[in-house]
Design a protein around this ligand. Structure first.
Ligand SMILES: [Zn+2]
Ligand SMILES: [Zn+2]
Length: 324
């Protein structure tokens, strides 16, 4: 009798925490330690331990995610030593799952592919596992590892999420597990993961990894036309740049047609996860080629009985953000 058997979500939680921590540490260096006049590569040489730790955490997470998937079938498949019988009483010995040896490495991958339906998973998973395992071994033993750079390590983190949990799983976990800091309710803005911070993360990742790589890990098509969000664009107010130009902040475009079709009447914002109704007519501003117009029905006033329209809904072009 084996007590305290783990559930798939136990392993998944551990994995996501490792991966988000690996990501957070890299992101923190890039966002807090870069200084004018100093090469980014010098900053990263100094911080290489952050990248090493992130690889080790990614390896840990990868094993935990494989265990999560295997334990969906049967957690006992994870045990190296099978349950021992008490020979005198012929009754099963009671023991705790955490006291037993669990499989790892090559064995884990073998058990995974012989027990789960591998058609659900990316064919590149086995190669990815091998790449992370070898790199982690080199780092742990301190021999033969090339100098690490942040971008490839970020891609290892992304792939671990996507290959095992699907597109958007990185972003969902990040939104879920970022700053749940105890001080955030005490008015400490630096600990709060606001929507404006989410825009900064998307900008950071996109500028570092490029749209092609982002498309491998997000459902939305980063190469498609993108729009302002009717709700969270400009939420923080106005940003005045050095040359005196004022713009809304945040003003990054992470809202997409959903579905992504020419006649789609809906957009979805990656940051606030909301859907918004749009109509597909040309913007009436001279220099704007936009044709995705948000219909804000909050302002609409219609007599329910007669259907008479007292006040029209407000319409805003999500390309130039101008009222129509
Ligand atoms: Zn939004
Ligand atoms: Zn427009």
């Amino acid at each position: 009798m084996i007590e305290n058997q783990p559930s798939p979500s136990d392993y998944q939680n551990v994995a996501f925490e490792c991966l988000i921590q690996a990501y957070k540490s890299i992101c923190k260096v890039d966002n807090e330690e870069l200084a004018e006049g100093i090469l980014r590569s010098d900053i990263w040489d100094y911080n290489e331990i952050v990248l090493k730790t992130s690889v080790i955490l990614t390896h840990q997470a990868l094993e935990a995610l494989l265990k999560s998937k295997i334990s969906e079938i049967d957690p006992l498949l994870l045990l190296e030593q099978k349950q021992e019988k008490d020979k005198t009483s012929k009754k099963p010995v009671k023991c705790d799952f955490t006291d037993l040896y669990t499989i790892s490495g090559q064995e884990l991958l073998k058990i995974f592919f012989t027990n789960v339906d591998s058609s659900d998973y990316d064919k590149k998973l086995a190669n990815h596992f091998e790449e992370v395992r070898l790199l982690r071994n080199k780092l742990v033993h301190g021999i033969g590892a090339d100098k690490l750079n942040p971008e490839p390590v970020l891609i290892l983190i992304f792939r671990t999420f996507t290959f095992l949990c699907g597109k958007d799983s990185f972003w969902d976990a990040l939104q879920d597990k970022f700053y749940e800091h105890p001080a955030q309710l005490e008015g400490e803005p630096k600990f709060v993961f606001e929507r404006a911070d989410q825009y900064v993360h998307l900008e950071y990742l996109e500028s570092l990894l490029g749209r092609g790589e982002m498309n491998k890990h997000f459902e939305h098509d980063f190469k498609a036309r993108r729009y302002f969000c009717p709700d969270c664009t400009g939420e923080e107010g106005v940003l005045v740049t050095e040359d005196g130009q004022a713009s809304l902040y945040p003003n990054f475009k992470y809202t997409f047609l959903s579905p992504n079709e020419a006649d789609s009447n809906n957009v979805n914002c990656l940051v606030c996860s909301q859907d918004f109704e749009v109509e597909r007519v040309d913007c009436n501003k001279k220099d704007c080629k936009g044709n995705v117009i948000f219909i804000d029905r909050d302002d609409e006033d219609i007599d329910e009985e007669t259907g008479e329209v007292y006040t029209e809904p407000t319409k805003i072009c999500l390309t130039c953000n101008e009222i129509q």
